[in-house]
Design a protein around this ligand. Structure first.
Ligand code: AMP
Length: 295
């Protein structure tokens, strides 16, 4: 594995592969790698000729009171793991390399980021889109792999690529979970044992809502059950949101009806949840893949 730290190095290293029309797979990360990241990398290794993984804790996607400074940084372990997985290139730029000037041009994502994570974390998705746009320009991947775990992020990136006519295929991969149902996340390192048990509740709420929906319940009924369970089981913790959304537009759905045929074309609706558990903000979601007539 070659570790690259500058844009120029990256371009030079990838040019021969591009000229040979190799399929370049790209997995952007902020490091503190876990099985969720590794699952994306395995997909890239499987479907692409060359895999590039980036590690960059992107300052522009953190709010002023968020955890940028204490975000886990485990670069040496990460590099070792990537090398063991036979990743061809690790791109690990520093802040100045990615953002050569303060107040530079940024990407402004539209209404797909208006609610949920976009509302709770103002500016977050503009920061994500800006760094991903920049990374796409540097690496010029054929396919980029993202985790469905960050469903609104996937919607934002898909929208950006579509609206700006980017020649890159976006692949969203399923969420990797612990046995308890807790979605793997670099931020799980902040959780103590008690909070870890509480955090698994997020998935149980998602499953509960999905169960009602899948048993011919309405969106309203399903959410009612979910809120009731959340209130009972996580009273001491704050639930930011629980909702059923169109996974492409991230608009709230009161019925699955408007999805029409799209409901049969893969993941077109998702149950989304966010809560603060033991001081750590966690998000999770579950796709809804039931037949339209059940709405
Ligand atoms: P991050 O390092 O948190 O920015 O995540 C890098 C990529 O890994 C993003 O596309 C995430 O959605 C994805 N990811 C994070 N956690 C998981 C998980 N538990 N399962 C699958 N993908 C994940």
């Amino acid at each position: 594995m070659r570790t690259l730290t500058t844009v120029a190095e990256c371009r030079t290293a990838l040019l021969p592969h591009r000229l040979q029309e190799k399929i370049i797979g790209f997995v952007p990360t902020m490091g503190a790698l876990h099985e969720g990241h590794f699952s994306l990398i395995r997909q890239s290794k499987l479907h692409c000729d060359v895999t590039v993984v980036s590690i960059f804790v992107n300052p522009t996607q953190f709010g002023p009171s968020e955890d940028f400074d204490k975000y886990p940084r485990t670069f040496d372990d990460d590099a070792l793991a990537l090398s063991d997985m036979d990743v061809e290139f690790l791109f690990a730029p520093d802040r100045e390399e990615m953002y050569p000037r303060v107040g530079g041009i940024s990407v402004n994502v539209g209404d797909v980021a208006a609610r949920y994570e976009g509302a709770v974390r103002p500016g977050h998705f503009n920061g994500v889109a800006t760094v991903v746009a920049s990374l796409f320009n540097i690496i010029q991947p054929s396919i980029a792999f993202f985790g469905q775990k960050d469903a609104q992020q996937v919607a934002v990136i898909r929208r950006m690529v579509e609206d700006l006519h980017w020649p890159v295929e976006i692949q969203a991969m399923p969420t990797i979970r612990e046995e308890s149902g807790l979605a793997l996340s670099s931020r799980n390192r902040y959780l103590d044992e008690g909070s870890r048990i509480d955090a698994a509740m997020l998935y149980r709420v998602l499953e509960n809502v999905a169960n009602v929906l899948e048993n011919h319940g309405s969106v309203g009924q399903a959410l009612e059950h979910g809120f009731e369970l959340a209130r009972r089981e996580i009273p001491a913790h704050s639930l930011d949101y629980l909702d059923v959304v169109d996974s492409e537009t991230f608009q709230s759905l009161t019925s699955l009806e408007p999805l029409g045929e799209r409901i049969n074309e893969g993941i077109s609706a998702a149950i989304i949840i966010a809560a603060r558990i033991g001081g750590t903000r966690l998000i999770d979601n579950r796709p809804v893949t039931i037949k339209a007539e059940r709405s």
